[in-house]
Ligand binder design. Sequence first.
Ligand SMILES: Nc1nc2c(ncn2[C@@H]2O[C@H](COP(=O)(O)OP(=O)(O)OP(=O)(O)O)[C@@H](O)[C@H]2O)c(=O)[nH]1
Ligand SMILES: [Mg+2]
Length: 464
Amino acid sequence: MDGLRKLSAKNDTIIAPATAPGIGAIAVIRVSGQDAITKCAEVFQSIKNKKNLNNVASHTAHFGNIVDGERIIDEVLVTVFKAPHSYTSENTVEISCHGSPYIQQEIIKLFLKKGVRMAEAGEFTLRAFYNGKLDLSQAEAVADLIHSTSETEHQLAIQQIRGGFSNEIKKLREEIIRFASLIELELDFSEEDVEFADRKDFIALISKTKAAIQHLIDSFSAGNVIKNGVPVAIVGKPNVGKSTLLNALLNEERAIVSSIAGTTRDTIEDEINIKGIKFRFIDTAGIRETTDEIESIGIEKTFEKIAQASIVLYLVDPSTPEDELASIRKSFSEKNNSDRRSLIFVFNKTDITKPSVNESNDVLFISAKEKTGIEKVKNKILSLVNLGQVKVGDIIVSNSRHYDALSRAQISLDTVLKSLTTKMPTDLIAIDIRTAMHELGTITGDVSTDDLLESIFRNFCIGK
Ligand SMILES: Nc1nc2c(ncn2[C@@H]2O[C@H](COP(=O)(O)OP(=O)(O)OP(=O)(O)O)[C@@H](O)[C@H]2O)c(=O)[nH]1
Ligand SMILES: [Mg+2]
């Protein structure tokens, strides 16, 4: 995508299908740029009233044919949006045609022949960003919205698009800019050794800003959970019923189940949504000593997955004694001393044998095969998800790029605060304050580089 920015800066007219590839009832092709309406008018024939698209009002829809000379390609509905009242802020037409990949291709080819260019991934949204319709974090939220699969994730993306997060960042940045301008003023008058602002006020302002940034940083663990789901590893000895449990949780025959120990050799992952939260279940190869090369690779992977999981469902046979649980608990807490990974013992096959221990906070009884106790497992893991104090409508950071920028801004502000309290020279303070401003600016795109834009928009779909 070398020079996506250069291409877009040219302000030429671009085209791309906006709907997913494949056959559908209808497909939408989007054209944006100065000539979008005139180019479309050249190939559009109104069926009833000889309407010319060049003369229609914005936000109107028109029924007609797309024609290539004498040849009718399709009967379509064209919606016209005039600059600046469109997604990109440019002249835009959206052609709803029949959802055949062939028809879409023919329509697009027709426009390409007329000098319209195929859009790059994310180029429509990039134009919206350049034209000030969206800031960078809002543009990123558009991608999140498209990819959202759960209620909370959806809510988060909608809120970010509406600008709650951007406004918060802008507010913080403005406060810092106000501070910075006084500092810079002092630098201009450095000969005279003046202080334009009371240092105490500065310290209070920076402390307040830092607290607000910390609040956002802290929200990231919840945001991350919402966006990426909670990884839950299902582990245990071969044949205890791990794959059966995965299938029961997903309510589909996702993994192969057999009475042969060592059936699952590679990890199998799938997501489900429990009460609006996304969980990613990972079925693993049973842990045992083995000389089988493939199985031992699988077992190694099991340990990797345990390391990555937030919750580990440790499946055991009903005959497992308490002291075995104790030794597993011990080895877990030794390995994961610093983190908060939750370990839950799940006694499976309780339809055959009654376990020798009792159910408790971290011990559940189920029968994966009979599908009993599955709700209990779901409720348990749901209760382990820590969304902290997050409430609906709170501003939550869910993007790791934003999290990194906030963390770096915070480090600079820490230094500023230290410098202020130890009465360091103003020019040193100015450097750190500029860094903090820069970092916050990268979130909203007030400060951006080609590399940054490229890495963000590369992940968009074509047509968005
Ligand atoms: N009676 C009974 N049998 C079960 C239960 N869960 C699983 N099984 C049986 O136990 C056998 C092993 O089940 P799997 O789900 O393949 O076990 P696994 O832990 O995935 O095994 P590996 O992939 O080999 O590590 C199968 O024959 C299942 O039908 C249960 O709750 N009750
Ligand atoms: Mg298995």
